[in-house]
Design a protein around this ligand. Structure first.
Ligand SMILES: Cc1cc2nc3c(=O)[nH]c(=O)nc-3n(C[C@H](O)[C@H](O)[C@H](O)COP(=O)(O)OP(=O)(O)OC[C@H]3O[C@@H](n4cnc5c(N)ncnc54)[C@H](O)[C@@H]3O)c2cc1C
Length: 494
């Protein structure tokens, strides 16, 4: 039997493992932490439960796919519930209830002007067209060599994406009002890139949100990580927890022999890396640096990294009935806010996102209490932000005051009984995220599609990659796709 070792039990590693185990390979995942999911993680304390990473479920069909493709009904593993309105978005003190119901959405846009609704429909037509192109030709396709990209058909499809302007400039072409422009542009932050500098193709994110809806997994996101783990074990796969991989052992710079775990060689016919790609290339891949090509130590450090997050998880002895599942409060000067993040400056008027799962799911907090998650986008650790010099307690207090005041959550601070804080350093230490970046390599044009690290190593014949920093990119559904692509690349070879 072919033995496959996978480094990391994040969404990418678990998905690859399910596809491979289903095909008859013997898969073992080695995971440094003590549970599945990677950044799709949880904290449980004093009766409160928190999802600590992803919270917004988009593209629900992709979540179902590893279950359907491995021959079971996803409904036996997790439950999806539609969320509508999707979220409250507050820009310039105006609250907009963003809905994926066209009737409600039309009302919101027409409240501004009928021409804005017309502009919205033009935006959707244009971006939906590009989405179909991206989906069929780039997202669900893996690249190995230059011929996979540099051929007339693919280059023509890439040209048709017309992705050279920024997301924000593309939105401005159809939408005139600044609040509405912001409403359709902050979503690029979901993958850690600024709408003011990121390629316009990422306008597909708000489109996907509005066309396919936003969903909630009963019990929270970690339920999904447990569901993947359960399916893998049922198929006969194994997971070793608290097992930090120290090295990927390679013969003659071209063939993986196995993994070094606890100083012991675990022989493997092939290895799939789900640990963050730049971290793994720098710290795990045991080959001469000059054989790493464009992913040698120096080049890797010079690549662009996505933003990071400052997070507060609060157990609160109070319910806030007006607070929806998802609320986003945008900075009054959103462009300045994003520029500060890009330049490593701690924002003076940050945008923030609040997740209140206890508003719809009793498993998150005892009755009449709330489990709140507050996310503030901040710079990664490459951008000169030194968290050892930041007064985290003061920043925490400032954010709590801001949330209390701007969302009108009376007595929030007084009622906090549990408080946990994650900074970019937590992401670096707990998940080995390079530069503490929460969404991996930044999806700039130079680091997207064919130009993003591939799912198979170009020189080593039995080494594969799945995860946010490799093709097709970050975000749970895209990482699930990455896991499937990595498995298919391996199956092609064995
Ligand atoms: C705060 C936050 C909010 C987010 N919000 C959303 C959202 O709402 N919706 C959405 O779709 N996406 C969201 N995302 C993005 C999404 O969570 C990630 O893109 C995705 O979970 C990444 O999965 P992964 O498998 O690539 O990596 P990871 O989850 O990082 O998994 C990699 C695994 O490898 C392990 N590992 C690393 N090094 C080693 C080693 N040496 N030995 C053994 N194991 C190792 C790590 O411990 C980890 O378990 C969010 C992310 C964060 C952090």
């Amino acid at each position: 039997m072919t033995n496959i070792s996978i480094i990391g039990a994040g969404v990418g590693g678990l998905t690859t493992a399910i596809y491979l185990q289903k095909e008859g390979y013997q898969v073992t995942i080695y995971e440094k932490n003590n549970r599945p999911g990677g950044k799709m993680d949880t904290i449980e304390d004093s009766g409160f439960k928190f999802d600590t990473g992803p919270t917004i479920v988009m593209m629900p069909d992709t979540y179902k796919k590893p279950f359907l493709d491995s021959g079971v009904n996803y409904k036996d593993y997790f439950t999806l519930e539609r969320v509508d309105p999707i979220m409250d978005v507050i820009t310039n003190n105006k609250k907009i209830s963003l809905s994926s119901d066209l009737v409600n959405l039309a009302k919101e846009f027409e409240n501004y002007d009928e021409s804005e609704m017309l502009g919205f429909l033009k935006y959707v037509t244009d971006i939906y067209n590009k989405y179909i192109n991206a989906k069929n030709n780039f997202i669900y396709k893996s690249f190995r060599g230059p011929r996979d990209f540099y051929n007339i058909k693919t280059l023509w499809n890439a040209y048709k994406l017309k992705t050279f302007t920024s997301s924000f400039t593309a939105i401005q072409k159809n939408i005139q009002n600044t609040d509405l422009q912001y409403l359709l542009s902050f979503q690029t932050l979901y993958i850690g890139i600024s709408p003011f500098s990121g390629p316009s193709i990422y306008n597909i994110i708000p489109m996907i949100e509005l066309i396919y809806g936003v969903w909630f997994i009963k019990g929270g996101m970690f339920t999904y990580a447990k569901a993947l783990e359960k399916r893998l074990i049922e198929l006969g796969g194994k997971i070793a927890y608290n097992a930090t991989v120290e090295k990927i052992v390679v013969e003659k710079n071209q063939h993986v022999r196995g993994l070094l775990v606890n100083n012991t060689l675990i022989k493997s016919d092939a290895v799939v890396v789900n640990a963050d790609f730049p971290y793994a290339m720098t710290n795990l891949l045991d080959i001469d640096d000059d054989k790493k090509g464009k992913y040698g130590k120096k080049n890797i450090k010079n690549m662009d990294y996505s933003m990071s997050c400052f997070l507060l998880y609060l157990g609160v002895n109070k319910k806030f009935n007006q607070l929806k599942l998802h609320t986003i409060k945008m900075s009054d000067d959103f462009e300045k806010n994003v520029q500060q993040i890009d330049h490593g400056i701690l924002p003076d008027d940050p945008s923030f996102y609040v997740y209140n799962p206890s508003s719809i799911d009793d498993s998150f907090a005892p009755s009449e209490k709330s489990s709140l998650y507050i996310l503030v986008p901040v710079a990664n650790l490459k951008e000169n932000t030194d968290w050892s010099k930041i007064n985290t307690d003061r920043f925490t207090k400032e954010i709590i005051h801001k949330v209390e005041k701007e969302l009108n959550l009376k007595d929030l601070e007084k009622n906090i009984s549990l408080k946990k804080v994650y900074t970019p350093v937590t992401f670096q230490n707990r998940y080995n995220s390079f530069f503490g970046s929460t969404f991996g390599l930044k999806p700039t044009l130079k680091q997207s599609n064919y130009f993003r690290p591939h799912n198979k190593h170009s020189k080593i014949d039995n080494l594969y990659f799945a995860g946010a920093s490799v093709h097709p990119g970050a975000g749970v559904p895209i990482v699930i796709t990455s896991g499937e692509l990595a498995a298919k690349e391996l199956i092609k070879d064995f």
